[in-house]
Design a protein around this ligand. Sequence first.
Ligand code: SAH
Ligand code: SF4
Ligand code: F3S
Length: 443
Amino acid sequence: MKLYYIETYGCQMNIADSELVAGILQKEGYVQAGCMDDADVIFLNTCAIREHAEKKIHSRLGVLNKLKQNNPAMVLGILGCMAQHVKDDILENKPYVDFVLGPDTYRRIPQLLRRHKELQTSIVDTRLSRFEVYEDLFPSRREGINAWVSIMRGCDKFCTFCIVPFTRGRERSRPLKSICNEIEKAVDKGYVEITLLGQNVNSYYFGSARFPDLLDAVAKIPGVQRVRFTSPHPKDVDDDMLFVMRDNNNLCKSIHLPLQSGSDHVLKRMSRTYNQNEFLALVTRIKEILPGCSLTTDIIVGFPGETGADFEETLKIMKIVKFDSAFTFKYSSRQGTKAAEFNDQISETEKQVRLEALITLQSQHTLFNNSREIGNSLKVLVEKESKKDSNKWAGRTDTNKWVIFPKGHTRIKEFVDIKITSAHGVSLFGIPELNLESTYAVI
Ligand code: SAH
Ligand code: SF4
Ligand code: F3S
């Protein structure tokens, strides 16, 4: 019996890809190892989005090299977004790495493992495909509430700061039918929430089916209680998408809308394809069609040439929109992207100052929005035990906010109405509403 171990870094696309690779290995008779030390095959599924992500992998490889010295038969592979970037370095400086495989090569893993066994040489395959969407492979998912389902791969937007179009290649979508088949199987296995994934999830296009058609089809699959999706690009959000969200109760009213910057000058140099006014108009339209819909975002500070005044524009937009939460990043120069060649890079110290200002403002907005829920009754899906208190559950609202509440008689995977009593940090706190049935039971 051969054991495998996969360690995953980066975004949800990588989580979904690791599940896919696990499915491929299990078909070959491999079994998941309880811990890394026992494994015959170790894969690191890597991320290249910022320098920090790559550094983590390099230090991890140091640890794995030592592990391999004790167990030379162990096979070590690098998968995913760093593959393109690091292949030369690995071949020259890290001979203990047996595989470097890009995100479109996973179907070949069984064959490559056999070849490696025969030849005992390092294998590098970073070819990107225009077609690979792994439509016929079933991922091996961890048990839980939510199933990640990849619906498209790659990105053609080429924002000037971003490495993804280079690491993941051209945009391509998966047949609608194969997506729905996979979701039906996931529902049979007990998953109640589906999250559709893609680098540009809403530029999905297969045959005549666009993203709103897919959303509608997924919402209508029996047993699908909640549908989420990430990450949409603001440019590809249209009324059709918003109407489908409005008309299906199980499509969660929560949209991740990456702003990146509030300054027209910076947005243009980022090639984001929208300006400040267009972004604000889109927010207004979303709120009109989907009142109460939560909005989250991604923001980068310190993009080359970002002046103090540009940064103020970002703060201004944040104050107008009041996002429910935001992922905030310091710009990290990525070799091969257009912005890496700009010669007006911002100092680390300045980036840090701007990042801290952004985080402070966002935490005020998060608390402001969450405090407005106090006194409301919200439908929460019970997902797991609260990390801080074993007598409490943690679950999410339709709008993707975490709520902590006493367990009472409720169970995981149930929907419960929770009366919100307070808001702290990024979470809401509350108590289950007594429904008639339970009142009757108590009497
Ligand atoms: N496809 C998604 C983004 C995926 S990457 C979208 O367009 O919204 C996730 C986030 O990482 C981006 O939204 C961006 O805010 C951040 N990011 C990407 N490249 C970066 C870089 N070079 N430096 C800092 N942050 C970056
Ligand atoms: Fe990167 Fe832009 Fe594509 Fe998002 S849309 S993955 S930020 S290039
Ligand atoms: Fe990272 Fe690749 Fe995702 S670069 S953010 S793992 S698409």
